[in-house]
Design a protein around this ligand. Structure first.
Ligand code: SF4
Ligand code: SF4
Length: 351
């Protein structure tokens, strides 16, 4: 489990256990949920629509064998059902805010009954922006409910009547792979539900989503020129697990994610000019676009590398990158090349 999420989860549980620290425990829980939601937001905002129905770990054991779309649906359907049918005893967000049609889901269940290709087929039917809006609405509504809880509420338990009510909603499939959920939820008190559907369950699925998207990026980069348009090496990039290269639709590099059109300005400019990289441009020395923005601390290093490629070619540049990584311990290339592109180029030439 991610160390910071696991630590927050542990602290939250300790704080909730005592009346004196209950409020701090709720705040910690809300912070954990916010941090996990941020990951989901990053994925939804930066990954192409096709990514959400891919199953790069199909057939594997574990949550990473699902799709990104299924993971979001599953996390928030479970939370919606538990928060509204069991704790608040009001209407689920899916129905109260009319999300079912917008999301395009052919079912209202948690999705536990689906497996293999059925998960991929289900995922292809979902409207991802609407699914994300549903996820946000469920989170907001649960956060509000959590803020209103008192220490005494945590001990509240559920009887057989609740199990019957949950069955009647039709929100949990009768299939063996799903029906157990009702007994599992009803066997817990409110604190037990906080510990799973509202926190740990998120962590497990968001971590699985990270594995899925990292794998998709790796697959996207396969066979693609590993030299980025700006002069960085995707093969040696510290963002390699997150970004699928500025030459693919998985272009989640830092400048792409902050650009309104979702494309790195250097990549867009090179494509418009019909060149393979900024090293083919006569404005390279003075350009201030994208990675070469003066305030970017990696500008000098990227510019120097593009100039090195212009002089020696992409193959020699990639070999140089491998030598530098073998010789020095660094994450970002500017750590060893500095902030002056002439000096950075001199260092590259010397290496
Ligand atoms: S951030 Fe740039 S160098 Fe790194 S993997 Fe993405 S495109 Fe390649
Ligand atoms: S103008 Fe700048 S971003 Fe565009 S190709 Fe030339 S160096 Fe690259």
């Amino acid at each position: 489990m991610d160390r910071s999420w696991s630590e927050m989860n542990r602290e939250m549980q300790t704080l909730l256990a005592k009346q004196a620290t209950f409020a701090a425990g709720i705040e910690k829980l809300l912070a954990l949920r916010e941090s996990l939601m941020e990951q989901i937001t990053q994925i939804v905002q930066n990954f192409p629509e096709e990514a959400f129905a891919q199953m790069p770990f199909a057939g594997a054991e574990g949550y990473h064998s699902k799709t990104l779309a299924y993971s979001i649906w599953h996390i928030f359907r479970i939370e919606d059902i538990v928060a509204h049918e069991m704790i608040a005893e009001d209407r689920q967000v899916l129905f109260a805010q009319g999300f079912q049609g917008a999301v395009g889901a052919p079912l209202i269940t948690t999705g536990n009954e689906l497996s293999g290709e059925a998960i991929a087929a289900f995922s292809r039917q979902l409207n991802i922006p609407a699914l994300y809006r549903y996820a946000q609405a469920v989170k907001e509504s649960t956060d509000q409910m959590l803020r209103q809880l008192s220490p005494a509420d945590l001990k509240r338990r559920f009887d057989g009547g609740m199990a019957d009510k949950l069955r009647r909603t039709g929100c949990v499939s009768e299939a063996e792979s799903a029906a157990w959920l009702i007994g599992y939820w009803c066997g817990k008190d409110v604190l037990g539900l906080i510990r799973m559907p509202f926190s740990r369950h998120w962590i497990m699925h968001v971590e699985a989503m990270q594995r899925i998207k990292n794998r998709l990026c790796k697959l996207a980069r396969k066979g693609v020129n590993p030299v980025a348009y700006c002069g960085l090496s995707c093969n040696h990039c510290f963002l390699g697990a997150w970004c699928g290269s500025c030459r693919t639709v998985y272009n989640t590099c830092s400048f792409a994610t902050v650009s309104p059109d979702g494309q790195c300005p250097n990549a867009a400019c090179c494509q418009a000019k019909g060149i393979d990289g900024c090293w083919g441009c006569d404005r390279l020395e003075s350009c201030e676009k994208g990675f070469y923005t003066p305030s970017n601390d990696g500008a000098a290093a990227a510019r120097a590398q593009a100039l090195y490629i212009r002089a020696h070619g992409e193959k020699a540049f990639l070999q140089l990158q491998s030598r530098l990584h073998a010789k020095y311990d660094f994450e970002k290339v500017q750590e060893i090349l500095g902030q002056d592109w002439r000096e950075a180029l001199r260092r590259l030439e010397e290496s």
